[in-house]
Ligand binder design. Sequence first.
Ligand code: UD1
Length: 420
Amino acid sequence: MDKLVIEGGLPLTGSIEINGSKNAALPILFASILHTESLSLLNVPNLRDIHTALKLLNLLGCVCEYQNGRVTVVPGTLLSAAPYDLVKTMRASVLCLGPLLARTGQACVAKPGGCAIGVRPVDQHLKGLESMGARFELVEGYILGRCRKLHGARITFDMPTVGGTENLLMAAVSAEGETILENAAREPEVVDLANFLIACGGRIEGQGTSRIRVVGPSVLRGVEYPVMQDRIEAGTFLVAAGITGGELLLRNCPVDALDALILKLRDMGMEISETPDGVLARCTRPLRCVDVTTKPYPGFPTDMQAQIMALMCLAEGAGVIEESIFENRFLHASELERMGANIRISGHTATVRGTRRLTGAPVMASDLRGAASLVLAGLAASGTTEISRVYHLDRGYEKMEEKLARVGARIRREKETANP
Ligand code: UD1
């Protein structure tokens, strides 16, 4: 296993290129199950989760290849089983359920378990697909789904679920008749999936609003499609500029998808501006704490909660962070406290009191965005921070340490030595 070693305290300056979005690429990859023609996706980040998805697609019968950000998918004879070994390493594997049912009339997908940040049920995915004619049973940890032919339906989600909306959107494109998704997720990644499906011939309207209308069935044609840029990677680097008191230019930054975060960072005292070359983030004075509540898009993203917490640890005053999406998403707080942060957790709320300095310490990552918050804290802390279990970080950030080193961070990857 690898660890990251950071000698903190240096302001970061320079420019960073933002990658394609993991969370947009994953559902688009699974949508390829719906295709009978080959397709190419561009701007696909080189990440562990992406390779897990490609492995799963290959197991299901598609022939996928990854080269320099380009994925080609050649459809083959589809199998319908997604094994637990893969699903347990990446919950987004459940996104093959809707497309498999739509294409083959059956699906056998390992039921994703909970994960470090919460229980994360998939009841909304199943209820929606049931309304479209699928029947499910749980057999030895596997969701077995069957249908004769999916048909359109009117589905109202109990909460806006990103994965649920994506699964049903993919199913609806191939289902017979009209599907209306109410209380749909509005995240930019859902919009990117809808735009991809439209480019392939799908009939979809309302993406980006909470009511999406799909008319099926459409036979999807093969296209070449560039995946959107990663707003969470970009957001993490904006915070990196703030926490180190530096100046970073983010090239290819999906600024429109970052409104809620940018508003908060400006409230804290950061200067963020759009330039012809990208988004420029600067921090020239002490920041102050703010209150943050995570919400579905266009609210403040839960995937940026851990990073803004790290930033607030070094800001003036106190701020309250309320996590309203996932029930257990403060695991990074106790690790930040090991570095000297002052955070009090009570249920879904974290009260952060800023301190003047953090000090480097050995810390452990326990989820993807929590890992990013520890990197950010390490960049600002005095002394050496060693972050273990960086495989969490590698699921969602491509070459993060190389990008940070190029803008002045002292950061390196090392093999973790086994315990004596
Ligand atoms: C996606 C993102 C993840 C992000 C999250 C919220 C991907 C691969 N992952 O996860 O990074 O943090 O959106 O923005 O895109 N829920 C149910 N029943 C369901 C489905 C969801 O109760 O059937 C609940 C969840 O437990 C959670 C909330 O709804 O509390 C939102 O979850 P959801 O939007 O579905 O998250 P994911 O799609 O899993």
